[in-house]
Design a protein around this ligand. Structure first.
Ligand code: 3HC
Length: 690
């Protein structure tokens, strides 16, 4: 065996030269890996005894893509194109041996190999779109030549990781080899192609799929139309589509030029910068400085959920999906039956529902009417009414019932967890697990650390979150925690703006155009204006009171802030406009023309400022954690990073100046945080905080 460099070996087995990469964690195409591949290929070509070449990786995966950490820096080592030319132009057949994931640049390297073999558990994909990019190493031109335009469109605009079996069916992989025996399988395959004297298959020369798609622009028009909503605001999906169009309509080298040009635009743009930041932010959020990764993880074999409402049911489904049995507790049989029936309905309604799978999951759910049924649970999550007295009562009883070592969690969306923990004799076992509705769908989990929560309980909760497919962010106890506390700022300003002259649809439009899925008033209409509203207590003191009293309770009643037609299409409501104007007149507010820019700054800058206060108070570990919360729990547009990233992008000096201006005009709710003042004075960004 010859060491090519620190991450690459070359060896020969019989008549096959084997290049082995070993660059943990994911064999990303760093300068070292690229050099290793280039020199490994040179060694294989020079090796007279080698009649074919296999490229294989050590560790958990084949090459998982370009090294994202290198983007933006000066190019070092061999270029990826040089490496690909060496492989594709090789006079000896080259076989990629794939396990784990061949993603992005990794798959693009494999596509320059003449053949590809994989183990059944492997997956292939071009996920660049999720980083705001397109495959920039020929992938946009090669993939459609194998799978055709339609499948390439789907794969490249979703970034999906396609299982090996499907890759085989599409011709992306030539042969599957036995699981766990990739090396042997790849060598046997290489020997076979040598023995059979098979040709050097170059994907760039294929034309049957692309020529079939040529002259059918409707493939692209239909795809754009069908996905317009999903792609709204994002640049990368459209750029990927344009590259596939080029693959269909232009010769290979011309198509490559289009790819290079569009890749260059994306990689230097703000969207990809935000999306790459988000990739690392999400992974960073899993790291808790004072809770090392080797902290004990408590076994969670059974979970209890108190409350069979929408929230409780959704929470239960997460664990049932992950194979963990759940006991759901309600006070009345009727409520329990309803709760269980709702869970079943959710499964049956889901797009991927398979009856047998629904039954297997439902078999993991049992119901009970007594908290005593939770005695043997390893984790209990309370998801009842947001009232401190009720929560305290439940936790007092849980403390007496639950086995030692059990984790006692609350799903409160903002109450003081230290106060809840104080009624137990085991505050170290108490933690907040704040799920977002619908809890079986939303990715975010705010894990709330109280004063006495133990490190084991934190680590177990973080690891469990990953197991159930959630993105967890550890936050501290503060009213509304991180997400809702920041939301409160936006809500306050939205509510004020409609008395000052902007209409609800103006505020909604500005936030929608910014990239949120909907604005706050459309959101209220969707959720129902009467959530938490009590008819008997309503005094017509707020717009919401008035609307609810008029039975304008949102979409479900056909009217709320908006008027709705029978298809639930919203229209600005003249009735609401009059109510708002009357209200403003009664309050003596002077209304004025409010610009879209002011709406945006009034809604967003206080959120950034609140994020800064949260950091100052140590309620979030890092600025990027706040952004992870807002992207995954509140629909912050991914291509704008998150409130803190966006603040950095605008410039903290500008945000500060605007906050001061608002403070002078409208009072201390706009008072800049000390951290914002400090960073702005030092010319720094939230990202510079370490
Ligand atoms: N570059 C640099 N680091 C990477 C990386 C990459 N492409 N992919 C993963 N990593 C790092 C992660 O940041 C993480 O680091 P950490 O341990 O310090 O936090 C570590 O590798 C492990 O990653 P995960 O925690 O995500 O591990 P999983 O096992 O859960 O997932 C994976 C593995 C599926 C490979 C996932 O990491 C992934 O999706 N990676 C990105 C794949 C990708 O987008 N590739 C395309 C890159 S762009 C490109 O290739 C451009 C080209 O067209 C020119």
């Amino acid at each position: 065996m010859t060491a090519i460099n620190a991450v690459t070996d070359y060896t020969r087995e019989g008549e096959v030269g084997v290049i082995t990469l070993n660059s943990p964690p994911v064999n990303a195409l760093s300068a070292g890996v690229r050099d290793g591949l280039a020199e490994g290929m040179a060694a294989a070509i020079a090796d007279a005894g080698a009649k074919a070449v296999v490229i294989i990786c050590e560790g958990r995966t084949f090459i998982a893509g370009a090294d994202i950490t290198e983007f933006g820096g000066a190019q070092k080592g061999a270029s990826l194109f040089d490496v690909q030319e060496a492989i594709e132009g090789s006079t000896k057949p080259v076989v990629a041996a794939i396990h784990g994931t061949a993603l992005g640049g990794g798959l693009e390297v494999a596509l320059t190999c003449h053949y590809r073999v994989a183990v059944p558990s492997a997956r292939c994909g071009l996920p660049e779109v999720n980083l705001g990019l397109l495959p920039g190493a020929g992938g946009t031109q090669r993939l459609p030549r194998i799978v055709g335009a339609q499948r390439a469109l789907e794969m490249m605009t979703s970034g999906e990781h396609v299982p090996a079996k499907a890759c085989l069916e599409m011709g992306l992989v030539d042969e599957l080899v036995e699981e766990g025996k990739l090396r042997e399988g790849a060598l046997a395959f290489a020997n076979k192609i040598v023995a059979e004297n098979r040709p050097l298959k170059k994907v760039r020369d294929l034309d049957d799929k692309t020529s079939a798609d040529r002259g059918h622009p409707e493939i692209f028009a239909n795809f754009r139309k069908a996905n317009a909503r999903k792609f709204r605001g994002f640049l990368a999906p459209e750029y990927n589509i344009q590259c596939i169009e080029a693959a269909v309509n232009l010769p290979f080298d011309e198509g490559l030029k289009v790819e290079r040009k569009l890749f260059g635009e994306l990689i230097t743009g703000s969207q990809s910068a935000a999306q790459r930041y988000s990739f690392f932010a999400e992974r960073q959020a899993a790291k808790i400085p004072d809770v090392p990764d080797d902290t004990a993880v408590l076994p969670i074999a059974k979970v209890g959920v108190i409350g069979g409402g929408t929230m409780g049911g959704g929470i239960a489904m997460n664990f049932m999906n992950a194979g963990i049995p759940v006991v759901m507790v309600e006070v009345k049989q009727e409520a329990l039956d309803r709760g269980i029936a709702t869970v079943r309905k959710n499964y049956e309604r889901s797009r991927t529902a398979v009856p047998a799978e629904t039954e297997a999951r439902m078999a993991r759910l049992t119901g009970a009417l007594d908290l005593e049924a939770l005695a043997d649970c390893d984790l209990v999550i309370e998801a009842v009414f947001e009232r401190m007295d009720i929560k305290k009562d439940i936790f007092t009883r849980l403390d007496a019932i639950c086995k030692p070592g059990a984790i006692l969690a609350t799903n409160t969306s903002g109450l003081n967890i230290d106060e809840i923990a104080s009624v137990t004799k085991r505050p170290e076992a108490v933690i907040g697990l704040h799920f977002f509705s619908p809890a079986n769908v939303m990715k975010l989990l705010e894990i709330v650390r109280a004063d006495h929560t133990s490190k084991e309980v934190i680590n177990t909760s973080m690891k469990l979150a990953k197991k159930i497919g959630k993105i967890a962010v550890l936050v501290g106890v503060t009213p509304g925690f991180v997400g809702n506390r920041i939301l409160g700022q936006r809500q306050r300003e939205a509510n004020k703006l409609i008395f000052e002259g902007a209409m609800p649809w103006d505020v909604d439009r500005v936030l929608y155009d910014f990239g949120f899925p909907m604005g706050p008033f459309a959101m209220s209409d969707l959720a129902g204006l009467d959530i938490g509203w009590v008819k008997e207590k309503s005094k017509g003191e707020t717009i919401r009171d008035v609307l609810c009293e008029m039975d304008r309770r949102g979409q479900k009643t056909g009217a709320g802030y908006y008027d709705y037609d029978e298809n639930r299409n919203a229209k600005p409501s003249p009735v609401v406009e009059k109510i708002i104007k009357d209200f403003a007149a009664k309050q003596g507010t002077n209304t004025r023309e409010i610009s879209d820019q002011e709406i945006l700054e009034r809604c967003i800058y206080p959120m950034i400022n609140e994020g800064a206060k949260i950091l100052e108070e140590g309620k979030a570990i890092r600025a990027s954690d706040i952004d992870v919360v807002w992207q995954n729990g509140y629909g912050w547009p991914v291509y704008r990073g998150g409130p803190m990233w966006y603040g950095d992008l605008v410039g903290l000096d500008k945000v500060l100046a605007k906050m001061k201006e608002f403070q002078a005009q409208m009072g201390d709710v706009f008072k800049p945080s000390a951290l914002l003042e400090k960073l702005a004075a030092e010319g720094k960004r939230f990202q510079d905080l370490k």
